[in-house]
Design a protein around this ligand. Structure first.
Ligand code: FE2
Length: 483
């Protein structure tokens, strides 16, 4: 590990600076670069996240309610062209015109005017803010409760809702966590949940041809944000939560505040054969999972690596997320689950104690035995805290390499860009909010030598609010970057 930092690892005011709305849309060559952008880095990084975090003078209750703003960074010939644009959903446009919150947010944002103005209003704003992928000629902004929005990859203009050729009829949801099978398929799911739930599973070829489609019932309320794809299975962790919608219906809270974690109930691991067949359920100790790192099959076992919280890390309706006490929330820790498909035994071990999120692996290792996972991590080695570094973990040996962005730097997801077949041969691209500049940097790390620090740091002229997920394609779209 290169970086040694001492407490205090960060200042809350610095962290808060990365939650400011970015109302402007930009398009420019990044001229301020420290280090050298690799000459062999060619293609486009897309990243989505909440760009607007307030409206009409009222802050959203949670960043997850923020309106989707897509970032595009085109790399060619050792240079980088940056662009950002909002996803122009009709709901976003209506709020722009009114300069007022017109829709409630899932994570607790309420319309002004108190409960009387929110009661019984259960309309959802498609905020299209969670991920962005390029597949089969389409650039799609994803949000798990609705169909995707299609964007023009040349300029990020919004083209409209996309039902994938009628497959997502009647507003069927399409999750923000598709997985790419190394065999060349995009696999994704959509959950329709309530007192009982069902999962739709879709596998698409490179032309959006539907290769497989399953629909499975799931007992109880299903909060499923992500899944694991192996060679033969889809795997979900069904968190032990109850949903009492009354406070939401009455206009007191968002839907997310109606989730109650039940530590007495097990987490249910749902294993669904890709070839078809019933859902098999395996039980493990209560934990809460948003994201999975990877998983694979080994004999009669499934090896599943997931980021687990002791309970649902929620913010209640009275708490301001900007002043949240991190120490009162559980931290995400990487755990390995071994599910024996024959005996039904599930064992789990801790792979990484340090608070972490946003796991990534080499795309060719998805669903296969693997060695290296890349994560955003806290600088504090034990406590829950904002992500301030990138860590490479060898899950076979426990060996670690880490780079920390300093006490005033706050990192996002490290997107892995392969350079070859070797698992650690690639670049890691991440957005870093630099509180010293009150602007955002884009950092390029060598995945094989994370501890060496950035090979290049691109200094943007402005800040980009903390984001969620993104992806990379070796293709170039931006007209400016093709010359
Ligand atoms: Fe996610």
């Amino acid at each position: 590990m290169t970086s040694v930092v001492a407490p205090p690892y960060y200042r809350l005011e610095d962290w808060q600076g990365g939650h400011r709305t970015q109302p402007q849309e930009f398009a420019y060559w990044v001229e301020e670069v420290t280090g050298t952008i690799p000459a062999d880095l060619t293609g486009t990084l897309f990243r989505n996240g909440p760009g607007r975090l307030d409206r009409g003078g009222q802050r959203y209750h949670h960043p997850f309610d923020g309106d989707g703003m897509v970032n595009q960074v085109s790399f060619c010939n050792g240079r980088a062209f940056y662009r950002n644009r909002y996803v122009q959903t009709p709901e976003f446009q209506a709020e722009q015109r009114a300069d007022k919150i017109l829709y409630r947010g899932v994570f607790g944002t309420l319309k002004p005017g108190g409960w009387w103005n929110n009661i019984f209003d259960l309309r959802l704003k498609n905020i299209a803010n969670t991920n962005v992928i390029y597949w089969g000629g389409k650039l799609l902004a994803l949000w798990e409760a609705a169909p995707p929005y299609r964007l023009d990859p040349a300029n990020l203009a919004t083209l409209g809702l996309d039902d994938l050729g009628g497959i997502l009829a009647n507003g069927q949801p399409f999750s923000a966590h598709p997985r790419l099978d190394p065999q060349g398929f995009l696999v994704n799911f959509g959950v329709q949940t309530g007192p009982s739930s069902h999962i739709n599973l879709y596998e698409f070829d490179a032309n959006w041809g539907l290769v497989r489609h399953h629909k499975h019932p799931v007992a109880g309320f299903a909060f499923l944000h992500d899944f694991i794809l192996t060679e033969n299975y889809y795997v979900f962790f069904q968190n032990p939560v109850h949903f009492n919608p009354l406070p939401y219906i009455l206009g007191w809270t968002g839907a997310a505040q109606c989730l109650q974690f039940d530590a007495e109930q097990p987490t249910r691991i749902l294993v669904i054969p890709r070839q078809g067949g019933p859902v098999r359920v395996f039980l493990t100790d209560a934990c809460f999972v948003f994201h999975h790192a990877n998983g694979y099959e080994q004999g009669n076992e499934l090896i599943l690596d997931s980021i687990c919280y002791r309970h649902f890390p929620t913010i209640d309706q009275q708490t301001d997320y900007q002043t949240v006490d991190f120490s009162r929330l559980p931290s995400g820790q990487l755990r390995r689950f071994r599910v024996n498909l024959t005996t039904h035994q599930v064992r789990n071990t801790l792979l990484l104690e340090r608070c972490c999120e946003f796991p990534q692996v080499h795309p060719q290792r998805v669903g296969r035995a693997y060695r290296w996972v890349y994560l955003g991590v806290a600088a504090d080695p034990v406590a829950n805290a904002p992500l301030q570094g990138i860590l490479a973990l060898d899950v076979q040996t426990g060996r670690q390499q880490m780079w920390l962005a300093g006490s005033r730097g706050f990192v996002g997801e490290p997107v892995f860009v392969p350079r070859g077949e070797a698992e650690d041969q690639g670049w890691l691209l991440t957005f870093v909010y630099n509180a010293a500049r009150q602007c955002t940097d884009i950092v390029i790390l060598d995945a094989a030598d994370v501890a060496a620090g950035p090979v290049a740091t691109l200094h943007l002229r402005h800040h980009v609010p903390y984001g969620l997920h993104g992806s990379f394609t070796p293709l170039l779209f931006a007209e400016e970057a093709r010359v």
